[in-house]
Ligand binder design. Structure first.
Ligand SMILES: Nc1nc2c(ncn2[C@@H]2O[C@H](COP(=O)(O)OP(=O)(O)O)[C@@H](O)[C@H]2O)c(=O)[nH]1
Ligand SMILES: [Mg+2]
Length: 213
């Protein structure tokens, strides 16, 4: 491994060495915290493994609420990472039984947030590696391409599929993002269960955080 890689992984490890704290839940744009720290957010279809990944990254089992009634959460949840960066957990989308009203509310709040949030440095778009990109994911990505917000794809639950399948979904996803202007070229394969890919995600987040005091 190259020296540069060691440094970035170490920076990621250090950023998450201290506890990450829950800050607040936001249901309306006018209640967002002041835009005084860089932010990254996690987005993805309901049940993709978003809460589990946030918990695994922070080594905290109950930080993000895992497996609450899917599709019910409409708030943006803010987490403070050592006053150097904030993580935002977006409500899951694509829940089959969500009502039209719920979908409209999700769309309005997240669209406004994603398009207009100045400190937002990157959106991690989580995709279940067993299912690949769905229409709702493509819609989100198009929205981010339009508003020029950089996003990086994380293929989740990689422990559930075989290596050959992982290679296939990776190649297919790479092809799908090749011409998308705001997509970050590197795709991360992750498993919260087996702790795969976590160091790389931490390193990516650390590269966007304020420097340590
Ligand atoms: N095997 C496996 N299961 C996972 C992984 N991540 C999440 N899950 C499971 O997938 C389900 C949904 O996870 P959750 O984090 O609540 O998804 P969210 O709705 O996107 O927040 C739960 O039953 C988790 O235990 C993973 O990396 N591997
Ligand atoms: Mg969740």
């Amino acid at each position: 491994m190259e020296r540069h890689d060691d440094d970035r992984l170490e920076a990621g490890r250090l950023l998450f060495a201290r506890p990450v704290t829950f800050m607040l839940s936001v249901v309306a744009m006018d209640k967002l915290p002041p835009p005084d720290l860089p932010e990254v957010c996690f987005a993805g279809r309901s049940n993709v493994g978003k809460s589990s990944l946030i918990n695994a990254l922070t080594n905290q089992n109950k930080l993000a609420k895992a497996s609450n009634t899917p599709g019910r959460t409409r708030e943006l949840n803010y987490f403070n990472v050592s006053d150097r960066l904030r993580i935002v957990d977006l409500p899951g989308y694509g829940y089959a039984r969500a009502s039209k009203v719920d979908i409209a509310k999700w769309t309005r709040l997240t669209r406004t947030f994603l398009a207009g949030r100045a400190p937002l440095r990157r959106v991690f778009v989580l995709i279940d590696s067993r299912h690949g990109l769905k229409d709702t994911d493509l819609e989100l990505m198009s929205m981010l391409d339009e508003t020029a917000v950089t996003y990086q794809i994380i293929l989740t639950k990689i422990d559930k599929i075989k290596k050959a399948e992982a290679d296939k979904v990776l190649a297919k996803t790479q092809k799908a993002i090749a011409r998308r202007p705001a997509a970050f070229a590197d795709i991360i394969l992750s498993s919260s269960e087996k702790k795969t890919g976590l160091d790389e995600i931490r390193a990516q987040i650390a590269s966007l955080a304020l420097p340590a005091e």
